[in-house]
Design a protein around this ligand. Structure first.
Ligand SMILES: NC(=O)c1ccc[n+]([C@@H]2O[C@H](COP(=O)([O-])OP(=O)(O)OC[C@H]3O[C@@H](n4cnc5c(N)ncnc54)[C@H](OP(=O)(O)O)[C@@H]3O)[C@@H](O)[C@H]2O)c1
Length: 388
């Protein structure tokens, strides 16, 4: 029997973290847990740490340190809190680090994991959108590989495996269309958080679910694909596929296309990333295509989903624009979830921030952090103006 794969999970208490643990629980002899990270949910974090006998757990919110330590007393698990502890958790020696913190907050730990030499099982798309070149450089320095977990990129990665890279003509990302796919523009404009959080196919964290409803998620994924696969924007496309069975496609110069299919469950792309190129068993039921009968496809409607067009423009611009867009979107989505305004205002906030973004080509993490912080300030001002 081969040695167990040593896994760290950044964002262990979230949706991707939970799906990862499901894969681990199903194959206990194949995995060993090194580190676990969460923001503040120490109840769940300590329960996972006890169950998996993790070597180290870290919580971002320092006020939770005592509670976490208390809950893990009597175990061999070491405990840390605060930003340095998160970096330590990401950098501990592991074979694979699952990067699944939500948003820009996951960037520094993603970079630490990439530098550590472990393979990077990347779910945190915002790290790639805001600092793709830096993540790739960190991976080069560490020597590990980037294995995408986002289902579309996992599908592209697998459909590209051992193929002639020169012959690729297009990468086509599929999009479910989200809960508002068939809604009128006016109804989308006024939609509530409860409506946006009802995704038809995927069970995910709140932020990515709202991004899915606005199609900003697909926009972020286009930029993520641009970065991961080093491909020009002209060769990236989106097709709406409401059943979420075909997880993306690669078109080749001979006219053929390769796709990866499966029931929409994140255990599948996660399990592929954990021991790639080996496959790991999951509890996901096999895909029975006859049961679906028809798989349908349609073009995205950029008029009803303006966030997709904004992201496409940003992908062309590069530089500061993706950082500003991501920051504005994070602020706008939080405000929307807090009930500040209707769904349509998210795109308005992002658009207002992008209009005032200066052209720049950030070369360091500090420069990226500055653009992120400035964009957040302007996004908060745009939100305040809209709720007045
Ligand atoms: N869910 C999916 O199916 C899916 C699919 C593709 C890609 N993704 C991507 O994967 C990432 C995670 O998504 P998710 O749906 O799993 O999110 P989620 O359910 O909201 O979970 C987020 C996780 O990150 C932790 N966290 C949040 N902020 C943190 C911080 N500042 N420091 C340390 N930990 C922090 C949370 O801890 P607490 O529980 O303590 O708050 C939680 O463990 C996102 O980038 C998303 O776009 C998700």
């Amino acid at each position: 029997m081969s040695e167990p794969t040593r896994v760290s999970i950044l964002g262990a208490t979230g949706s991707i973290g939970t799906s990862t643990l499901r894969v681990l629980d199903h194959n206990p002899e194949q995995f060993e847990v090194v580190s676990l990270v969460a923001q503040r949910n120490v109840e769940r974090l300590s329960e996972i740490a006890r169950r998996t006998r993790a070597a180290f757990v870290a919580v971002a919110d320092e006020r939770q340190f005592a509670a976490l330590k208390d809950r893990l007393s009597g175990t061999d698990t070491q405990v840390g809190a605060g930003p340095e502890a998160i970096i330590e958790a990401a950098a501990r020696q592991a074979d694979v680090v699952v990067s699944a913190i939500t948003g820009y907050a996951g960037l520094r730990s993603t970079l630490a994991a990439a530098r550590s030499g472990a393979n990077l099982a990347l779910a945190n798309k915002e790290a790639m959108v805001t600092a793709g070149a830096m993540v790739k450089a960190a991976l080069k320095e560490g020597g590990g590989a980037l294995i995408p977990v986002d289902s579309e990129h996992a599908a592209l990665f697998q459909s590209l495996w051992a193929q002639d890279r020169e012959a690729i003509t297009q990468l086509i990302l599929t999009a479910s269309g989200g809960p508002f796919r068939t809604w009128s523009k006016e109804d989308i404009q006024n939609a509530t958080p409860a409506q946006a959080l009802k995704h038809p196919n995927w069970d995910m964290g709140a932020k990515v679910t709202v991004d899915s409803a606005s199609m900003m998620n697909k926009g972020l994924e286009l930029i993520e694909a641009q970065q991961i696969f080093d491909i020009s924007p002209e060769r990236l496309d989106v097709v709406v596929h409401p059943q979420s069975i075909v997880h993306s496609l690669v078109a080749y110069s001979d006219g053929g296309q390769m796709a990866q299919l499966g029931v929409p469950d994140m255990q599948t792309p996660i399990s592929a990333a954990l021991r790639w190129p080996q496959r790991t068993k999951t509890t996901v039921p096999p895909l029975d295509l006859a049961q679906y009968g028809a798989l349908t496809f349609e073009p995205p409607d950029r008029d009803r989903f303006p966030c997709l067009s904004l992201a496409e423009q940003v992908m062309q611009q590069g530089g500061a624009a993706p950082i500003a867009m991501n920051a504005a979107n994070e602020v706008a989505v939080s405000a929307f979830l807090e009930g500040a305004f209707g769904f349509g205002r998210i795109a308005e906030v992002v658009s207002a921030v992008l209009e005032g973004t200066r052209a720049a080509d950030p070369q360091s993490l500090d420069e990226i952090a500055l653009i992120d912080a400035e964009s957040r300030t302007r996004a908060h001002a745009a939100v305040a103006k809209l709720v007045k």
